[in-house]
Design a protein around this ligand. Sequence first.
Ligand code: PLP
Length: 411
Amino acid sequence: MLELQEIRKDFPILAREVYDHPLVYLDNGATTQKPRSVIDAMTNEYLNVNANVHRGVHFLSQEATRIYEEARETVRAFIHAPSTAEIIFTRGTTESINLVAATFGEAFTQEGDEVIITGMEHHSNIVPWQLLQMRKGIVIKVCPITDEGRLNLDVLPTLFSPRTKLLACTHVSNVLGTVNPVADIIRLAHAHDVPVLIDGAQSVPHTTVDVQALDCDFFAFSGHKVYGPTGIGVLYGKRQWLDRMPPYMGGGEMIQKVTFERTTFNELPYKFEAGTPDYVAANGLARALDYVTAIGMSNIEAHERALTRYAREQMALIPGMHFYGSSDDAVISFNVAAGEAGRGASLIHHLDLGTLLDRLGIAVRTGHHCAEPLMHRLGIEGTVRASFALYNTKEEVDALVAGIDRVRKMF
Ligand code: PLP
C-alpha cells in the first residue's frame, strides 16, 4: 500500500484547483507531474553548480560533470544495463528511436531490407522508419492487432524473412494499455537473428525494466513520463551495435580529434551525444528514478494496476461505455454513447467529453494519441484516455466516473 496522502504532498502541483475544482490529473501517459526532490535538485544545480560539462578544468565544471555522469550511472542501474557506455542521453523516446533509425539504418540496411513494427505503435515508432524508407528503400512490415487490442502473435512469426533487419515494438501501448509480451517477442526475433528495439515510454514509469533480462538490443524511454523533467530521455543500446553504428549528429563532445580532412569519433556513449547535453535535466531524471526506487517499482505497479482495475469496473457501470483494448496497466481508452440510449446511440465526441471533464477539474487526454494507424484499425477518430500515476487515488477515479456520467446526461 502506498501512503498516498504523504506521496501527494511531494507533488506541489496536485494541490492546485482548476475551475474551482480540485485538480484531478489523469493525463500521466502524456507527462507526469514532478516531485519536489526533482524540482529542488534542478533548482539547486542552477543556483549553485551550473557549468558546462566535460570541457572545464575548473571546480564547477568538474562538479557538474560528476553529477551528470552519476546520473548516467543511476539510469544504468535503474534499467540494469551492463555498462554506462551503453546509456546515451537523448531528448526523449522520440529522439532515441530516430537515432537508431538513422544510424542503425545507415549502417545495416539496404534497399529491400525489412523492419517489423506493430499496429499499436506511437507515431514516434512509425515515422522514423518511414524516413528510413524514403532514404534507403526499406520495407516496413506491420504486425496486426486482434480485436481485443493485443498483438496477433500467430501472424508475427510469419513476418520474418532473410531480409528482416530489426523489430521495433512498444512495451506498453499508450492507447490500449496493452502490456506486450516483449521477452517472448525478443526471443522469437533473436531466433531469426533479428535485433529488437523496445519503446519503453509507457513501461518505465509503471514496471521494473531489466534490459539484460529482456535481452533487448535497444531500449528507449523519456524522463518526463517517469516524474523527471522534459528534454531528457535515454537510449540503451548493446555495445555490439552501438560500436558499429555511425554518429547521429556531428559537433562538440562526440569527437576525439578534428582536422579539416578527417575527424575521429569519441568513445561510447559520447559518440552519440553531440553538443552541450541537458545535464541539469539528467540530474532531474536521476532524482526522479531515486524517487520511484525509494517507493519501490513493484509497489507502484501494484497500486496502479489495482487502480486501473477499479476504474474499469466503475466505468463499466456507465451506460454506453465503450472501452478500447485491455487496459492491463495504467491506461484506459474509452468513448461514451450519448444520453440514456446506451449502446447503439451515437458517441459523444471525445473532444466534447474531454472539454467538459476539464471544466470539472479533470484532466484527461483526447484525440488519436499520436497513433493514427491504430485509430484507423479501431474504426474511430479518437478516444478519451485516462492514464494513472503513482499519486492517483480511488477518490479521483470516483470523480472521473461521476464526471463522465454527468457529461453523458447532458447529451
Ligand atoms: N512512445 C510511446 C508509446 C509514447 O506514449 C510516447 C509519448 O506519448 C512516445 C513514444 C514519445 O515520447 P516523447 O514525446 O517523450 O519523445
